[in-house]
Design a protein around this ligand. Structure first.
Ligand code: 3PY
Ligand code: MG
Length: 249
């Protein structure tokens, strides 16, 4: 398996988080230089049925895709991997037992419980984020319970990495937001725990200030498609208004 070339340096792989784009939109977004695409089945409008088409759009630009499942269902995790995802990002993992269960759902027997069947991934090797050729099982830590049990979650067999959800984490901690020092301390702690156990580290950002604090993460979701659309539209509108008033003198 040839490692997927990365566009960004040095190590942090920058991703775009897709909540509503269709295949056409994903084709445009995945061609703009991101190292990976996150497809969100928890929030937004993407559905499991539509997933194969969305993954195909990522593949057109050789961009691997991680799927954030809506929950811990082994059936949903299996279908996301069958569709050709490079891995799953499973929300709200709060205990070692939950971590072990999602890891088992990502792994074929005898180690795990993932079922094998006629699927896209059985006929064409998915684009992967790791040269070892394994799909990734990433557990999201995004609550105070997850924070408390971070060591045990990171050590669970079959968990490849920890992906932090800063927005839910801030809510759970009663912090004022993602750049509140309590949230930042918690994020830095969770990522250090994962790293110390030799696991991948990742997080959603959505904030340039937060991205700076996450500079050591292996996987960083820069922001969502909705935010890109909104900020791109606002910037172009403001620039056009400025150009018009300059031209009119
Ligand atoms: C969070 O910040 O809670 C997330 O789940 C980001 O997608
Ligand atoms: Mg969340």
């Amino acid at each position: 398996m040839t490692p997927i070339p990365t566009h960004s340096q040095p190590q942090t792989r920058l991703g775009a988080w897709v909540t509503f784009l269709d295949a056409h939109g994903i084709e445009a977004l995945s061609g703009s230089g991101f190292d990976w695409i996150g497809i969100d089945l928890q929030h937004g409008t993407a559905t499991l049925d539509g997933l194969p088409g969305l993954l195909r759009a990522c593949e057109l630009n050789r961009t691997p895709a991680l799927v954030r499942t809506s929950g811990h269902s082994a059936a949903e995790i299996g279908r996301a991997l069958d569709a050709g995802a490079a891995g799953v990002v499973v929300p709200m993992v709060e205990s070692a037992a939950q971590a072990a269960a999602i890891a088992a759902a990502c792994t074929f027997p005898p180690e795990g419980v993932r079922s094998s069947g006629a699927s896209r991934s059985a006929f064409a090797t998915p684009l992967l984020l790791q040269p070892e050729g394994k799909v990734l099982c990433l557990a999201m830590i995004e609550s105070s319970a997850g924070l408390t049990n971070a060591e045990a979650i990171a050590q669970a067999d079959g968990i490849d990495g920890i992906f932090v959800g800063p927005y839910d984490l801030a809510l759970s901690l009663g912090a004022s937001g993602v750049t509140d020092p309590r949230t930042l301390d918690a994020i830095v702690h969770v990522l250090a725990v994962a790293r110390n156990h030799g696991k991948l580290t990742g997080a959603f950002s959505g904030s340039v200030e937060l991205s700076g604090a996450l500079r050591d993460a292996d996987l960083l979701a820069v922001d969502s498609d909705l935010a890109f659309l909104r900020s791109g539209a606002e910037a172009k509108l403001a620039a056009t208004r400025a150009a018009l008033s300059a031209a009119r003198g």
